[in-house]
Ligand binder design. Structure first.
Ligand code: BYC
Length: 353
């Protein structure tokens, strides 16, 4: 690990103690406990200890030895997750200035700020693996790191804000509840906090949809149109079918992922269809049907060609989302520089004293 990375990891550990490290580590001085040096034990023993921890449902902590592929896998998923939270601020942020009332505006602002917070917990958790936020963001800007496909669709009406909260946060929470038990400690603890906030997000979105669906014919049509446009992209959030999923087998073995893409997608459909029924909206899937025998809804096939297009950078808003993020980073550069200069000045003064 470079000196810079070590400094960054150290800072992330201290900054995010509440979010990612458990009580035991915090009482030991905000620094995670270190496992015995990998140099002291033979590789088979280290691997056996790692496998045992995973099997026992113990958490893998930043100082623990872990296989390289595990480190890469956790980092890939956590950095994508962090990018999703932050890029995900854009479709809703688009409506802050046009929210229909001051009350709605304050709720929406708080919600979008929560998403920024989720991004920060996750970047901090990912930094415990020896990378830096700057490196993760550079990979995002270079098109090397992905973020959730759903955020490449436009938010065209106020009802879209409702649909995003109800469906997108609803889908995210189904996944994230299972990720509270992920094997990497900092990720799992970040998920506990994030899930509490996501459940509020889901409810505020559903409440917006409920009000619109009970409003004028025009408002109900607006709610239905939003459901029509966001339903299928929401199902895509869970990723490809299990049989097509490149990372699932390894991630499930390591307990990085706790439930499969298809299992989680089915759970989302089963819980969301009755919610649409209650508010009198229709899920846009002619094949949707309750399967009495299985106790689940059968549903139609996702347009996987569209999914592939979107995750390859060719969705309706991919370029716009990335360009906005790059612009925001460039615009904030002077603030970061000023903070560094300020910090350096104080460090020099402290050392001189
Ligand atoms: N979008 O082997 P697979 C939120 C990629 S934000 C884009 O099944 P894996 C919110 C996948 O990365 C919450 N890419 O992958 C924020 C892989 O490509 P690479 C977001 C996708 O990792 C603001 C390839 O396809 N939640 O709540 O086993 C406002 C093969 O897939 C997608 C998370 O990030 C996709 N949908 O499973 C409102 C959850 N699906 O990396 C709300 C954390 C697949 O080889 N992530 N790909 O280039 C996960 O749980 C898993 O990574 C996934 C995919 C289930 C998404």
């Amino acid at each position: 690990m470079s000196e810079k990375s070590e400094r960054i990891v150290g800072a992330a550990q201290a900054d995010s103690a509440g979010a990612v490290f458990g009580e035991a580590e915090r009482s030991a001085g905000d620094v995670p406990s270190r496992a015995p040096s990998p140099r002291c034990a033979p590789p088979e023993a280290l691997l056996a200890a790692f496998d045992r921890k995973v099997a026992e449902e113990s958490r893998i902590e930043p100082g623990d030895w872990m296989p390289d592929d595990y480190r890469k896998g956790v980092l890939r998923q956590m950095s994508q997750h962090a990018h999703s939270e932050v890029i995900g601020m854009q479709p809703e942020g688009n409506w802050i200035t046009r929210a229909p009332s001051l009350h709605r505006k304050t709720i929406l602002m708080a919600k979008v700020q929560d998403e920024a917070g989720h991004g920060l917990y996750l970047y901090s958790a990912a930094e415990t693996l020896g990378t830096s936020r700057d490196d993760m963001i550079a990979a995002l800007h270079a098109g090397k790191a992905k973020y959730a496909s759903i955020f490449n669709y436009p938010s065209l009406t106020w009802a879209d804000v409702g649909a995003i909260g109800w469906l997108v946060d609803g889908a995210a929470i189904v996944n994230q509840v299972s990720l509270q038990r992920t094997s990497y400690g900092p990720y799992s603890r970040a998920m506990v906090r994030i899930c509490k906030e996501e459940s509020f997000h889901q409810r505020q979105g559903y409440q917006i949809m409920m009000v619109l669906a009970r409003g004028s014919a025009e408002q109900k049509a607006m709610a239905q149109d939003a459901l029509d446009r966001w339903w299928w992209p929401s199902l895509m959030m869970f990723g490809p079918h299990d049989s097509e999923s490149a990372h699932s087998a390894k991630s499930m073995q390591w307990k990085l992922k706790r439930e499969s893409n298809d299992t989680l997608r089915q759970r989302f459909v089963d819980q969301t269809v009755p919610q649409a029924d209650i508010i009198g909206l229709t899920v846009p899937d002619p094949e949707l049907k309750w399967n009495e025998e299985l106790g689940h809804y059968d549903f139609g096939e996702i347009d996987w060609a569209e999914f592939m297009q979107v995750i390859s950078g060719n969705g309706p808003c991919n370029r716009q989302r990335l360009a906005h993020h790059i612009r925001a980073k460039d615009d904030g550069q002077w603030v970061r520089q000023a903070m560094h200069v300020f910090e350096e000045k104080h460090r020099a003064r402290r050392q001189a004293a």
